[in-house]
Ligand binder design. Structure first.
Ligand code: ASP
Length: 314
């Protein structure tokens, strides 16, 4: 049962959902992160199920997302989750790094209330602006009694944080959840749910170094035809702490790159394997010489390895 005095909190971080262009037909030459949270909320029609509080946490194009902003967002989300009157949160975000932020929030906070990330593929000035509907849908999900976990809402679908991937550079329904499928669909503000809400153990805010500049340096390297180990050797020399390898197919890696990765691992660099395929897991087997993150995309795996390296050695 929802408390009559309960509310929703919208944390705005920028992105195309807050973007503006001079021309309503211009869906490319716009500037992200121009509208504030009050502007985003103002265009919503009535019918939002609960009172809504807005807070501007950042104002950036999410291609420029950084660890300090993530640290601040984690703190603000944790703060609002702890308020008994808050039923759920919505975070407006750019689409480019949305799946990374979603995974960070899920792993660190694993919230028992809904934390719903939403975004847009067209700026607010566009004839095709999808932000207001996505925001309205995200608020409907955040207001749903019993909803939990970090969720991604775009184009009428609700995706779990672990599964959500931006798979299309242009279409309005740019995200999907691969083999896992969507958690729910939203039609006229009503949810049709197919899967359980995301759940898991929270690492907790205390796990994450308060000084974001102290977060371990983790890079992604990709295996491809003609790959060499030179970049890995350079990263090793520069002090990298972890490497996520986006392998071909079922986590296969060019022999020249593999040799360099072994060299890095022997020098204490943590190496983790994922696939560069747009869908499907790495089905782990004896041929995989580094630990596998079976179902995470490379960018989410980078977050996972950073969090792993923040843990005190056992
Ligand atoms: N570059 C934009 C961003 O990620 C793209 C978007 O929001 O769709 O902030």
């Amino acid at each position: 049962m929802q408390n009559l005095s309960s509310c929703l909190v919208v944390l705005a971080t920028g992105g195309t959902i807050a973007g503006r262009a001079a021309d309503a037909l211009d869906n490319v030459g716009y500037r992200s992160a121009q509208l504030g949270v009050d502007d985003l909320l103002r265009v919503l029609p009535g019918g939002v199920p609960l009172a809504v509080e807005g807070e501007q946490v950042a104002q950036l194009d999410s291609k420029d997302m950084d660890h300090a902003t993530w640290q601040q967002l984690l703190r603000r989300v944790a703060h609002h989750l702890a308020r008994p009157q808050v039923q759920g949160l919505v975070i407006t975000h750019g689409t480019d790094t949305l799946e990374e932020t979603a995974w960070l929030l899920q792993r660190v906070l694993a919230p028992l209330k809904p934390v719903v990330l939403t975004a847009a593929m067209r700026p607010a000035t566009s004839l095709q602006a999808d932000g207001p509907q996505n925001l309205a849908d995200a608020l409907a999900v955040a207001a749903t009694a019993g909803a939990a976990g970090v969720l991604v809402v775009l184009a009428g679908r609700v995706l779990g944080a672990a599964d959500a991937r931006k798979r299309h550079s242009w279409r309005l329904d740019a995200f999907d959840a691969g083999d896992a499928g969507a958690v729910a669909g939203i039609e006229q503000g009503r949810l049709r749910r197919w899967r359980e809400w995301p759940a898991g153990d929270a690492l907790g805010l205390a796990h994450v170094a308060a000084d974001a500049s102290a977060w371990p340096w983790v890079e992604i390297v990709t295996s491809h035809a003609g790959a060499a180990g030179t970049a890995v050797d350079a990263l090793l020399a520069a002090g990298v702490r972890g490497l996520v390898v986006a392998g071909t197919g079922n986590g296969t890696v060019h022999h020249a790159l593999a040799t360099a990765l072994d060299r890095a691992q022997a020098r204490g660099v943590a190496v983790r394997l994922v696939t560069r395929c747009a869908a499907g897991p790495v089905v782990a087997g004896p041929e995989h010489r580094w630990p596998v993150y079976a179902t995470l995309g490379p960018a989410q795996a980078r977050v996972e390895l950073m969090l792993e390296l923040m843990a005190p050695p056992t």
